[in-house]
Ligand binder design. Structure first.
Ligand code: 5AD
Ligand code: SF4
Length: 467
């Protein structure tokens, strides 16, 4: 009988994408994927270390799984991803919480490590790599709607933001061979997928065929930067929508904005984390830009694409943040008016620059109060921004059934706003993967209501790919 594995992913999109690579490696090793931990011989948690809370969630889940082991002594539990790097000792050696610990660059060694685990040993590999991109591994799409997929284009991060643990958990930055990225997108199209999101910690640093000092490696191969890659992926099929995440304000080029503006199938949505509106805080965060630079990038986006949606990440209560510096964040939000934002209280992470250099000196209740102010303002802006769509006729890619009502489907417009439409249009039932035109009739801060005016393209079993 084949062995059964259950994989759970926590944290960012990159982790969900990595789990699909892990699933592929394990499928080749004879494992069958199952939906429930209760049905599995092996449970793998792909973990996140970005904030203390993320780690606590996983530690609680490990507790739960260790209870499950009481009922099923043959069950094995493994930790993958960022916590593997950060907490190997605690997980495996000191507290013996799990059987297996594997870092983000070591997934190819899973079959060997699992042999050791089956023999009753504990197994570990947390080596980081300068080369590993899993370039040619064909991911097994997990929990997929068959419509949208993630494609990882680079791994790691060289930026060293003072608050961030990622450079320690995911190692040095490296880009994936563009030919393998384009191939993966073509295959997705052939399987009926209609949208890809290109993923990287900092996609603007994507660079193929140059070495660490910027010199060309192989003169017979073209140098590919992120704008070039984006253009190649957009050329795979006019019916494939392209998104990407995440941009870095210090590296986002006008060349990328021009490519986005030129291609209707590249979605008009940019996630551009600002973190703080205060230049002094940004400097302590080691972000490499100040408030004026950031606002100039926003102006550049709006110049190239007046209808582009912009979202951000914000941290409240970073080391030394004064009330005035906090108000700078609120005023920057007023200046930009984000469509969407992910907002967090600062959480000190061991080994980071901030942990070594600055005191985590903003009291928790102050962090919390500032966070609430930021959230309240964002809610107001999101409502305003969403209402600007009302009256427009927009392309919406249907992704699934609405959570609230079986009679409705949900999809997204180019700006990444969720649009709810009726399931039936002119006597036909719409399905995930259909591309429709919808008139937006109302909007809240969370979603838009649309009325379908036309079906642009039904989800084909397979689509033609440009040669
Ligand atoms: N504390 C709080 N938020 C953090 N982020 C990253 N590190 C921390 C931290 N130590 C946030 C940043 C980043 C997002 C992915 O998570 O806003 O952009
Ligand atoms: Fe979490 Fe960052 Fe790791 Fe993603 S890269 S899983 S956000 S710590």
């Amino acid at each position: 009988m084949s062995k059964r594995v259950h994989i759970e992913s926590y944290g960012c999109q990159m982790n969900f994408s990595d789990s699909e690579i892990v699933a592929s490696i394990l499928a080749k090793d004879g494992y069958t994927l199952v939906d429930k931990a209760e049905e599995a011989d092996l449970v793998l948690l792909n973990t996140c270390s970005i904030r203390d809370k993320a780690e606590q969630t996983v530690l609680n889940r490990i507790d739960g799984l260790n209870h499950l082991k009481g009922r099923n002594p043959d069950l094995r539990v493994g930790v993958l991803g960022c916590m593997a790097e950060r907490m190997r000792e605690d997980l495996l050696e000191k507290k013996k919480l799990v059987d297996l610990v594997v870092g983000p660059d070591a997934y190819r060694t899973l079959p060997t490590l699992l042999d050791e685990v089956e023999g009753g040993q504990k197994a570990v590999n947390v080596l980081l790599s300068r080369e590993e991109t899993y370039a040619e591994i064909e991911p097994v799409r997990l929990g997929s709607n068959g419509v949208t997929a993630f494609v990882t284009i680079m791994r790691g991060c060289d930026n060293m933001c003072a608050f961030c643990v990622v450079p320690f958990t995911r190692g040095r930055e490296r880009s994936r061979d563009p030919d393998t990225i384009v191939d993966e997108c073509r295959q997705l199209v052939a399987q009926g997928y209609r949208e890809v999101t290109l993923l990287g910690q900092n996609v603007d640093s994507y660079r193929w065929n140059v070495d660490g000092r910027g010199a060309v490696k192989d003169p017979t191969v073209p140098v590919t930067d992120f704008a070039d890659l984006l253009e190649r992926v957009a050329g795979v099929s006019p019916l494939l929508r392209v998104r990407y995440s995440t941009s870095h304000p210090k590296d986002m080029t006008d060349k990328v904005l021009a490519v986005m503006a030129r291609h209707p199938n590249i979605c008009k949505y940019i996630h551009l984390p600002v973190q703080s509106g205060s230049s002094a805080v940004l400097q302590r965060m080691n972000r490499g830009y100040d408030r004026a630079w950031y606002l100039a990038r926003i102006a550049a986006i709006r110049r190239h694409m007046p209808d582009c949606a912009i979202s951000t990440d914000l941290i409240t209560g970073f080391c030394g943040e004064t009330e005035e510096e906090h108000r700078d964040t609120l005023s920057l939000m007023e200046a930009v008016r984000y469509d969407m934002a992910y907002m967090f209280k600062y959480s000190e992470r061991p080994r980071t620059l901030a942990a070594r250099k600055y005191a985590d000196d903003v009291p928790d209740d102050v962090k919390g109060r500032r966070l609430q102010e930021v959230i309240d303002l964002q809610m107001k802006h999101a409502g305003e921004r969403n209402r600007r769509h009302v009256g427009q006729v927009q392309e919406v890619l249907i992704e699934g059934v609405s959570k609230r009502s079986e009679a409705h489907l949900f999809g997204r417009n180019s700006q990444n706003a969720v649009v709810i439409v009726a399931r039936h249009h002119a006597g036909t039932e719409l399905k995930p993967g259909d591309l429709v035109l919808a008139r937006i009739v109302s909007g809240t801060s969370g979603s838009l209501q649309g009325e379908v005016t036309e079906v642009v393209a039904r989800r084909p079993e397979a689509m033609a790919v440009a040669p």
